[in-house]
Design a protein around this ligand. Structure first.
Ligand code: SAM
Length: 448
């Protein structure tokens, strides 16, 4: 087949390749992400010495799926954004669970899994937090498994050498006890922490877990943060069900707040925070206290019928009291009702209604966008941030999303981040067509 033939076939071949990659790795390239897939295929083609994206797509489609295809997809299609002490509330949960474990004098190991650990910042942050904050639990009383699809990330994690950028939310001065400066701007993790973590390759889209072979059974906490967002909804459901099977009774699954669509988490009880959501597998009558700070994002509609009873822990009980919630409205009607409540001066009810609506339709970008603006206008920055994250997940190139995100960051005092978002907004808006530019103008006039 000539290059011209391939070019004519390209859209079909690229579609088929995108579908195969999704089936094999779980990574989805629907909507705006599709352009990223096509661009990545071009780069993969260069690496393979193939003439272009279409030829690379044909290579991905030909023959059985093998390690070479997996490795290349992992290298070019996964996102390696991570840093130490990300979403610290989740680390608070790990410390609380560890304290409760130590207090019970449990004679079994505390088992933690970082699924989608990327370059290791997440599992090392867990190990470090436990060492520092739960000294009553000896390091050999904890086992930490860290897995990822991308072997290059895992090699990096095993080396345990990081640049200052990995500590962008931490003060390296605080880390003196556990990092050795190498004198060239890099820091090496303490070998004692490194020895505590087992790094292994594991594809979350495969059915290799739970299993004794992968060491993924009877987990007390699974961190699977900022990973599910790259999967298609059906795949997310399968992954969550398997992760649930990996948890011990009462175990916790931690995901990023923007990934938490309650219908997908059947069999769990959710506890919401601004930047993380904890899902508890069941609610035995023991007492692992969840972090005590108030929840930033209220729980959505009542748990599905099959879900266990609400957790008895104090904060969870308060957060999860079976709410006599009104029926979840449909998106269009929901926004009208939200506005009507606000116009009647019932701000709190309007925001509650909005929370339920955005949880009921997590995949609607227009709804998340309208909800973000409403929440900002009505002073609920946490909810606005939650909706903007979802919006940018659904539409990574949304100019409005970048603009709103910049407003939120600015209001939170994170000026450099706000400036960089505004620059991105300017770039995206410049490329928008006249109709969108006019819509943008109207939004900017409305935005607080
Ligand atoms: C954005 S990083 C998140 C890292 C870390 N959990 C955090 O929150 O900072 C997403 C990670 O998920 C991994 N990943 C993507 N698809 C995966 C799959 N099918 N199985 C396992 N890991 C996967 C990527 O390789 C990447 O390291």
């Amino acid at each position: 087949m000539t290059a011209t033939d391939l070019a004519a076939l390209a859209p079909d071949v690229l579609d088929l390749a995108a579908r195969r990659v999704e089936a094999e790795t779980g990574l989805t390239f629907a909507g705006a992400r599709r352009r990223r897939f096509d661009a990545a295929l071009g780069k993969m083609a260069d690496t393979l010495g193939l003439p272009g994206a279409a030829a690379c797509a044909s290579w991905l489609l030909a023959g059985p799926w093998d390690a070479a295809r997996s490795a290349l997809c992992a290298r070019f299609l996964t996102v390696g954004e991570t840093y130490f002490f990300r979403e610290p509330r989740a680390l608070d949960l790990a410390c609380d669970v560890a304290r409760a474990h130590a207090a019970r004098g449990a004679n079994r190991l505390l088992r933690i899994w970082s699924a989608g650990c990327c370059t290791g910042e997440e599992p090392y942050s867990i190990a470090l937090s436990l060492r520092r904050r739960v000294p009553q639990l000896p390091p050999d009383g904890v086992t930490i498994l860290a897995t990822d699809l991308n072997d290059a990330f895992l090699d990096f994690a095993r080396a345990g050498i990081y640049r200052r950028w990995s500590f962008r939310r931490a003060d390296p001065a605080d880390l003196d006890d556990f990092f050795r400066p190498l004198g060239d701007g890099r820091f090496e993790i303490d070998p004692r922490l490194r020895a505590q973590i087992r790094f292994a390759s594991l594809n979350l889209a495969s059915a290799t877990y739970p299993s004794a072979a992968t060491g993924t059974v009877a987990m007390d906490i699974i961190f699977c943060r900022n990973v599910l967002m790259y999967f298609a909804p059906e795949q997310v459901g399968r992954v969550i069900a398997r992760l649930r099977d990996c948890l011990a009774p009462g175990g916790w699954l931690v995901v990023n707040a923007s990934e938490a669509s309650p219908p997908l988490f059947a069999g769990f009880t959710p506890v919401y925070h601004e930047d993380a959501v904890f899902f508890r597998k069941s609610a035995p009558a023991d007492t692992v206290a969840v972090p005590q700070e108030a929840t930033a994002v209220a729980p959505p509609a009542p748990a599905p019928a099959k879900a266990p009873a609400p957790a008895p822990a104090r904060a969870a009980a308060a957060a999860l009291a079976p709410a006599p919630a009104p029926p979840v409205p449909q998106p269009d009607g929901a926004m009208a009702r939200v506005h009507a409540l606000a116009a009647a001066g019932r701000r709190e009810e309007a925001l509650q209604c909005l929370r339920r609506a955005v949880e009921a339709d997590v995949l609607s970008a227009p709804l998340q966008q309208d909800a973000a603006l409403f929440a900002l206008e009505h002073g609920d920055r946490a909810l606005a941030r939650h909706c903007v994250r979802r919006l940018l997940y659904l539409e990574p190139d949304s100019a409005l999303g970048h603009y709103l995100s910049a407003l939120i960051e600015d209001a939170s005092g994170r000026r450099p981040r706000a400036r960089s978002l505004l620059r991105e907004f300017g770039r995206l808006a410049a490329g928008a067509d006249a109709e969108l530019r006019s819509a943008l103008k109207q939004w900017m006039e409305r935005a607080p």
